[in-house]
Each structure stands twice: as structure tokens, then as C-alpha cells.
Design a protein around this ligand. Structure first.
Ligand SMILES: [Zn+2]
Ligand SMILES: [Zn+2]
Ligand SMILES: [Zn+2]
Length: 147
């Protein structure tokens, strides 16, 4: 969360609104949050806001560089205020939990293919998949047949 999000919005040419600030606060409190969850938090704080409005605000904040949008395969888009460090994510295959993984390089592209088919590569989006600590301890391979 930047020290003064209102000032940052202004600097980047975005109007400062109560909705934008409330959405930004919601995302900063709960990293990798979905738009649905943001809508719930914001409604509790400032009252009625449509899910579409939340999506619009999240899109504006992401364009302004205040939030980052990630979309792991099979998951709705998630938002975070940790921006600009090109960090990556590890996603749990069972429950969908998302955690940050620091980028070893810190700036894109952190890995390059041997052969790029003539493309100029400017970013590598790395997602690690596995089992989170909770699912690792609760998953019992012998009980899988019931599912
Ligand atoms: Zn899990
Ligand atoms: Zn993250
Ligand atoms: Zn990296």
C-alpha cells in the first residue's frame, strides 16, 4: 500500500474517488483477492457498489499501476497492491490458495527461451503449482476414490 494512494492516483491522472480508495484499501488488506471479495469488503465499508463498478475500479487502478491483476488457470482474476517487482505466484492445486514467490531477477524478463521464434521477449509470467501447507497435511491419497 503506497503511503498516500490519493496522491498517487492524482499523479497518474486519475480522479480520486471514495470508491477507488475503498477498493484500493480492500486489496491492500487481503493480497490476491477476487473482485467478489473486494465487493463484499467495500460494501461493508461504504455501502452499495455493483460488482461491475468494482471491476471497473480494479481495471482503472491496474491501469494506473496501483494494483496488479493475476489470473491463475482455473481461477477468477485476483488483485494485489504489490506491484512493480515482477514477483511470481505459487498456486495450490487443491484449494486455489495463492502465495507470493520472489523473482530471482526482480525485473522482466527473468527467464528467456532458447529460441523465441523471432519475438522480442519482454516478460515471462511464471506460475508455480503445487500443494499448500494445509492441503499437504490434510490430503490423504488413500481416500481419493470417494471424490
Ligand atoms: Zn491448498
Ligand atoms: Zn502476489
Ligand atoms: Zn522471475
Amino acid at each position: 500500500m503506497p503511503a498516500d494512494p490519493a496522491e498517487l492516483l492524482r499523479q497518474r491522472g486519475y480522479r480520486v474517488t471514495g470508491q477507488r480508495l475503498a477498493v484500493l484499501r480492500a486489496v491492500s488488506r487481503e493480497p490476491h483477492v477476487t473482485a467478489d471479495a473486494v465487493a463484499k469488503t467495500v460494501r461493508a465499508e461504504i455501502g452499495a457498489i455493483s460488482l461491475q463498478a468494482v471491476y471497473d475500479v480494479l481495471a482503472a487502478l491496474t491501469r494506473a499501476g496501483l494494483t496488479r491483476r493475476i489470473e491463475p488457470a482455473g481461477s477468477p482474476a485476483r488483485y494485489e497492491t504489490r506491484v512493480g517487482d515482477n514477483h511470481h505466484h505459487v498456486v495450490c492445486r487443491v484449494c486455489g490458495a495463492v502465495s507470493d514467490v520472489d523473482c530471482l531477477v526482480g525485473e522482466p524478463p527473468c527467464v528467456l527461451p532458447n529460441e523465441s521464434s523471432g519475438y522480442v521477449i519482454d516478460e515471462a509470467e511464471v506460475t508455480f503449482w503445487g500443494l499448500c501447507p494445509t492441503c499437504r497435511t490434510t490430503s490423504n491419497p488413500h481416500q481419493k476414490e470417494t471424490g
